[in-house]
Design a protein around this ligand. Structure first.
Ligand code: SAH
Ligand code: DHB
Ligand code: MG
Length: 264
């Protein structure tokens, strides 16, 4: 038996000794216990070579960003942060939209958080939601090392609970201007709904992983995540509160893509 948050397969014993199988460790509403194969993202070598060229020639991630990726590898975390060119796009979208309040769902080691925080003004704020304390701890060190720690608030817990708490938080004086959704795909539509509720007309929403190796056309490829992604894409098309597009990409993360939505 393995614990699984989308791609995370946490072998029994990898968590603190007090951990017991699934329900005790992970909140039932956001996870499932599964046995069997993980969903694979397949990167072709030429896609990776082109991405590396673009990263070196155009994107220019700084040393702190490179360190964040390495720290995740060293800690045995999955390499599922956004690609550098996608991270730079997030930073530029934050800048171009003039965002001052950013919400992220899914922190991992803080790679995308650092990019987005680099796009914020010095008094801007990014709240990022992470379920696993180990990920949050590594992300904290990484955002601090990157010199953007004063802008970043990492909230540990199941994101649906954190989002509900944010909605009730009297300290949250302003709506979020920009939201990046990148956690458990089963909850993508719930996160989209929260992004709208915590945002305002004009809020920009980016959702990662909306192609999932084409599994959106064949949910039998991944019966856990694909229906969640498809549900969110359908919502983007139908919900009158949103206007949206979706872009497919290839690179080190395989065949995937992102959706871009604007709260109407
Ligand atoms: N945005 C990151 C990558 C996030 S990977 C980057 O590009 O750098 C997804 C993260 O979401 C993982 O760290 C995982 O632990 C977390 N996660 C998964 N399900 C979650 C949930 N229900 N609540 C909060 N975090 C969750
Ligand atoms: C996975 C999750 C992601 O957010 C991502 O960008 C790539 C892969 C995964 O769970 O497999
Ligand atoms: Mg992702």
């Amino acid at each position: 038996m393995y614990l699984r948050i989308t791609k995370f397969v946490i072998a029994p014993g990898a968590e603190p000794a007090s951990s017991s199988p699934c329900p005790a460790v992970l909140p039932s509403e956001v996870t499932r216990c599964q046995t069997g194969a993980m969903f694979e993202h397949k990167a072709q070598p030429d896609w990776v070579a082109v991405e590396e060229y673009l990263s070196t020639a155009v994107v220019l991630p700084n040393a702190a960003l490179k360190h964040a990726v390495q720290s995740a590898l060293d800690a045995g975390m999955p390499s599922i942060e956004v690609a550098p060119n996608a991270g730079k796009l997030l930073k530029m979208l934050v800048q171009l939209s003039g965002a001052r309040r950013v919400l992220e769902i899914g922190t991992l080691a803080g790679f995308s958080a650092i990019w987005m925080a680099q796009g914020l003004p010095d008094d801007g704020r990014l709240v990022t939601c992470e379920y696993l304390p180990k990920h949050a701890e590594i992300a904290r060190a990484n955002v601090d090392m990157a010199g953007v720690g004063h802008k970043v608030d990492i909230r540990i817990g199941p994101a649906l609970e954190t989002l509900a708490a944010l909605a009730e938080d009297p300290e949250r004086d302003e709506p979020f201007d920009f939201v990046f959704i990148d956690a458990d795909k089963e909850n993508d539509s719930n996160y989209l709904d929260w992004a709208i509720r915590l945002g305002r007309p004009g809020t920009v929403i980016v959702m990662d992983n909306v192609i999932w190796e084409g599994a959106i056309l064949d949910p039998s490829m991944d019966e856990v995540n694909a229906p969640g992604i498809v549900g969110a894409l359908e919502m983007m098309g139908k919900d009158p509160r949103l206007d949206a597009t979706a872009i497919q990409t290839v690179g080190s993360k395989g065949w995937d893509g992102f959706a871009l939505a604007r709260v109407v």
